[in-house]
Structure formats: C-alpha cells, structure tokens
Design a protein around this ligand. Sequence first.
Ligand code: KE4
Length: 431
Amino acid sequence: MTDLNQTLFDRAAQVIPGGVNSPVRAFRAVGGTPRFVQRAQGAYFWDANGQKYIDYIGSWGPMILGHGHPAVLEAVQKAALDGFSFGAPTEREIELAEEILKHVPSMEMVRLVSSGTEAGMSALRLARGATGRQKFIKFEGCYHGHADALLVKAGSGLATFGNPTSAGVPAEVVRDTLVLEYNNIQALEEAFALHGKELACVMIEPIAGNMNFVRASVPFMKRCRELCTAHGALLVFDEVMSGFRVALGSAQSVYAGLIPGFKPDMTVLGKVIGGGMPLAAFGGPREIMRQLAPTGPVYQAGTLSGNPVATACGLATLREIAKPGFWDALSARTQSLVTGLKGAAASAGVPFSADCQGGMFGFFLLPELPQNYAKVMTSDSPKFNKLFHGLLDGGVYIAPALYEAGFVSAAHTEDDIAETVGVAAQVFKTL
Ligand code: KE4
C-alpha cells in the first residue's frame, strides 16, 4: 500500500527545505517518515494514511485542552467573523493581558508577540536596554528560540563566552553570551565573580523541556536569584514551554512554593497562551516594561502582535485551564502515564527514569534523572529511536528526539494512558 506520508514528504521536500517548516518535524534524529497530519480531535490525530495516533506532542505544548475544544473553537470562529487582523488595538488584547497577569503576579505589564523566539529575543533586548549592560548568561541544553544571540553553545573553558551553534550567526553576536552548565552552582558563582557587574541577565528554562525534562535544583535556582539581585542582573524565566503548562501559575509558582518570596524579574511565555495559534508574550515589573517603545527607548514591534483571532484562541484556553479542578485532573493523568511507563520499563528490565509536573512530562533511558545536558546526552540514542518507532507503530506519538519533553492534555483519558502503557510495555521488551 502506498504510504501517503512518504508521498507528501517527497513532494514537500521539493518546495520546502527538508520538507518541513521546523527542523525537528523532519524525524532526522529518529529516522523514518514524518507523519503528515490530516486532522486532529481531542487527544488524537490522524495521518495522511488515516492512521490514528494518541498525541503526546500537542503542537509542542499549546494543545493543553486537546485538539478542537468546543469553547476554543467557538471563540476562534466568532473572532474570525469579526475580522482577522487590524493593526490597531483591540479590547481582547487587554483581556488576555489581564488574564495572564492575574496568574503570573511577578509581571505587572506584558507585551504580546507572535512566537516564543520573538518573545525571548525581545526580552533579552529589554534586559540589555533596561540595565545598560550587554553580557548575559544562558545554560547548555536550554533553548530560547532561534534569535542570533541565543544560538550559542558553551565556550571552550568554564565562564568563557559562547560560539555560534548555527551558520550565519557572526561570532561577534554571541561574544557577550556566556553559556554555563545547568544546575552548576560553582560555574554560576565563578561567572558572576568574573562578570557580575557586566551581566544584563540570566536567562533560564526553570524546568528545561529542551533537555526533555530537567528541573533547576532548588539550591541552584536560589543561587541564580541571589546572584542576580546582588549584581543588578535580571533573572529572566523562559516559560514558553513551562508557562501555563506545568501549573496555572507556571513554573515560577512551583519555585515560589519551594523558595520563600521567590520570583523572576521577567518572564517569557508562548505556546499555551496562544492555544495553538501564533501568540507569545514577555512581561515584568512596570519600571522595566515601560522601557519598551513607545514609552521607552527599547524598540520592539510586530504587525500581527496581539492578533484578534489568536488572542481569542489564547483567552478561551486560559479561561478553561483556570476552572476549578482542571490542574488536579491533568496532573493526575500525567502522573498516571509516568507511573505506568516506569512500571512497564521495570518489568522489562530497561533502565528508565521519568518526571512530570502538571501537563508536562519527560523520560530517559537512564537509571537516574539527569541534572544537566551532558548527562542527558549519555542516553542510548539508538535504543530511544527503537522505542520511538515501536510506539509510533503502536499508534503512540511522542517527540521524535530524546531531548524533547512530552505533553498530556485534558482530553487524554485513563484508557488512552492504559493503551499507551500497554504499547510501551511490548516495546520495552524488544529493547
Ligand atoms: P517558538 O519560536 O518556536 O514559538 O518558541 C521558541 C522557544 C522558546 N523557548 C522555549 C523554552 C521553547 O521550548 C521554544 C520552542 N520549543 C520548541 C520545542 N523544543 C518548538 C518546536 C520546534 O522548534 O519546532
């Protein structure tokens, strides 16, 4: 039988680089043919061959309600009838901004943009403009979008400046980017001792979903906060993935529960706040946000920023996830998946560790949860690829890369979880 996914992939590759509009979708890390989605509903999607999959990517996080939630669909359809885009302010942008600020009290103001990359890039520019400093710290394994200054890997030695990870990024652009090891307090203290007064910010994924699922340890996060405060640098939480995904108050509410009085200085958001449509944001205290044009000297703009259809999608999504009982149910469902996978791996004697928070989870074919990128990359890649394809053939769709997180939606049922664990149990036996 003709594989229509392959037919489409071959055709796509003629007109779109790699046949995809975002590299990870091409299955390069795992091999095989990407599944071209024909339609999705709830926890499922159907590919070009009509094959059904339980979806644990959910557009890489946005689809926390599942695909096609009726309230969201209705809001989008209604908004579309009122107009797609105006390039002028609308009331719904205010409503969405107010809803975001209600749940993330570390922010007093927020600017809406169209992608996480744009939000992260703009937050960095604002941190630099607000502090008058150029240097900043990021961590190996954290991804903050593809803006030039953020496409950088660790330098040769400790506390040295980064090198570009992509062609086309001039070395000068990453000259001020310091890349440290995640969860390494000593490296952090050394970097601040060397460069503290020159640092505009520390940008971090508090729960690093771009290393699959690695939490910043409490001591490490506490030290980030202390050193930023002591040296006048801003602590920027990149919560594009974790925001409104791990908790209604995002990851920062988890750390606020572990570190008395904790809060970041700025927050970058995306994914869930757009509900699957192009919408992201960055925000912080008034005195920082007012540095942004048109009230301040830091320029930032966007034709489709605060797009009226995207804001309808995001606002309807946030209103649903704010309803009583939503997070208890979602967290229990995610925990059920992780517990089931751990049990299946143990029964098959496969080294396995996993973690989850709210609707986000990660697992490793390692006996213990890794604490940094180097350890994550000790995972057995060929074995992961075999697991990936075994699950895929069984109708379970997880991220096609061992360094990517997974996502459960409110539409996933206990039956879906049981089916997933059942497929995994069979595949673990073949590893
Ligand atoms: P976007 O520009 O893709 O909307 O957001 C960039 C971004 C920023 N910060 C964090 C923490 C992110 O996870 C992302 C994007 N995440 C990837 C998944 N690892 C999106 C998937 C893709 O690149 O196709």
